[in-house]
Design a protein around this ligand. Structure first.
Ligand code: UDP
Length: 455
């Protein structure tokens, strides 16, 4: 029997992939620090494989996406998996609400990932407060909002593209679903559908902070009141207000921190390039080869995350040949790595979590975006936040070794590189300020909580 008096009970429902679980999980911990009870609902498949342990700071529970035994891998197509998730997810989310109904802490608020817009309908059916939690930049959300409402017509026939609050954008600065018409139609429909019901949501939260994209937040606030609440990074790396909060806490892949730390700790300050393409990486063999040759040819040390599914794409004997110059791991604790003094630059796919983590830890970047919102984020890394460069892609769609080497040198040792470092330090300070007591994001979290809690 629970006897702790909570101010309310929130249920957080992320889209079940690492880059969407991390921010919602972290935001939930913030809400716990504000006196709320928070439960994060993962799929049964994730729960059974990861067995996350509920603690005083967070509870875990489950819904089903219809793939309890083998996860997404079981799905016949993206479209089928999204449909199945909607049907079975709606039903099992309702079950979860009912299960909590006659307890001391019934669910007062559902914070849902707008990749799962049906969660709002379930919340409304039970008369529960429903908040959308966007996991991409406000800029990208606003672009999709424009497309969804027919304010930006596709295909785009004239450039540059002007959207209020956004810098002038070229076609290849747009999310890939727009710049490459017809690519991933099911995912494109999903990102546009995020706006199918935001007008009915009781709150719209975005994992960003105001200072990063003030004009985009202001513009989007004219169509729906947006509350930037980020960056959702474990407190240890920012304001240190939450005790023992130094990891997101639900890693779908295992990392070997010991190996990474030991290796990094033997390297001079600012001497290592860290490379990762996130949790969904699938690079072409040619791209992997170009990266491998660039790293071998550069004079810098490197730590490269190559997921098990990508390993066969490395040139033969690469790992043996690089010796102590580089370390290749299947996964790492990215925050731990980025905060190590040895890291001088992050060669990243510009996934939003990775970018926000680099900005929050003051690490300059080389952007090698692959798809979805990464292209737009890479544009901001180079031209708006001025914390790095975006690598140029050849006509064959590959970033070639000479370009990679050039970009690395630009960040690691050029005059521009010094500016990137200065700017990165500035963004880190602003990120800390935003989440610290009285900062913009902290105030927005308080405002959000006050919307559904009485005292
Ligand atoms: N990450 C990690 N270890 C790694 C690579 C990535 O912990 O070796 C984490 C990273 O810190 C981030 C998430 O995985 O929080 C990736 O999210 P992002 O939005 O950057 O990319 P996605 O995986 O969605 O493409």
């Amino acid at each position: 029997m629970e006897n702790k008096a909570y101010r309310g009970h929130v249920l957080a429902l992320p889209f079940p992939i690492q880059g969407h679980i991390n921010p919602l999980l972290q935001f939930s911990k913030h809400l716990v620090s504000k006196g709320l009870k928070a439960t994060l609902a993962t799929t049964r498949f994730i729960h059974n494989t990861m067995q996350p342990q509920s603690s005083s700071s967070l509870q875990f529970d489950t819904i089903s996406d219809g793939y309890d035994e083998g996860g997404f891998a079981q799905a016949e197509s993206i479209h089928a998996s999204l449909n199945r998730m909607e049907t079975i997810g709606s039903k099992t989310l309702a079950d979860l609400i009912i299960k909590n109904k006659n307890t001391a802490n019934p669910i007062d608020c559902i914070i849902y990932d707008p990749f799962l817009p049906w969660a709002l309908e379930v919340a409304k059916k039970f008369g529960i407060f429903g908040a959308a939690f966007f996991t991409q930049t406000c800029t990208v959300n606003f672009i999709y909002h424009h497309v969804h409402h027919g304010l930006l017509k596709l295909p785009i026939t004239s450039t540059p593209i002007s959207i209020p609050g956004l810098p002038v954008l070229e076609l290849d600065d747009m999310p890939s679903f727009i710049s490459v018409p017809g690519s991933y139609p099911a995912y494109f429909e999903m990102v546009l559908n995020q706006f199918s019901s935001t007008d009915k949501a009781d709150a719209v939260l975005v994992n960003t902070f105001y200072e990063l994209e003030p004009e985009a937040v202001d513009s989007m606030s004219k169509v729906c009141q947006v509350l930037p609440i980020g960056p959702t990074i474990p407190s240890f790396y920012l304001d240190k207000r939450l005790e023992n909060d130094n990891d997101y806490g639900l890693n779908l892949l295992l990392s070997d921190s010991f190996v990474c730390n030991n290796w990094l700790n033997t390297k001079p300050e600012g001497s290592v390039i860290y490379l990762s393409f996130g949790s969904m990486a699938s690079l072409s063999n040619k791209q992997m080869e170009e990266l491998a040759f660039a790293l071998k040819g550069s004079k810098f040390h490197f730590l490269w995350v190559v997921m098990a599914s990508e390993e066969a794409k490395l040139p033969k004997k690469f790992v043996e040949e690089i010796g102590n110059k580089g370390l290749v791991v299947q996964w790492c604790s990215q925050l731990e790595v980025l905060s190590n003094k040895a890291i001088g630059c992050f060669l990243t796919h510009c996934g939003w979590n990775s970018t926000l983590e680099a900005l929050s830890l003051g690490v300059p970047m080389v952007g090698v975006p692959q798809w979805t919102d990464q292209t737009t984020t890479a544009k901001y890394v180079q031209d708006v936040w001025k914390v790095g460069v975006r690598a140029k892609v050849c006509e064959n769609g590959i970033v070639e070794r000479e370009e990679i080497e050039f970009c690395i040198k630009e960040v690691m040792e050029s005059e521009r590189g010094k500016d990137f470092q200065k700017n990165a330090k500035k963004w880190r300070e602003l990120a800390i300020k935003a989440v610290s007591e009285g900062g913009n994001s902290d105030k927005n979290i308080d405002e959000f909580v006050s919307k559904f809690v009485n005292s």
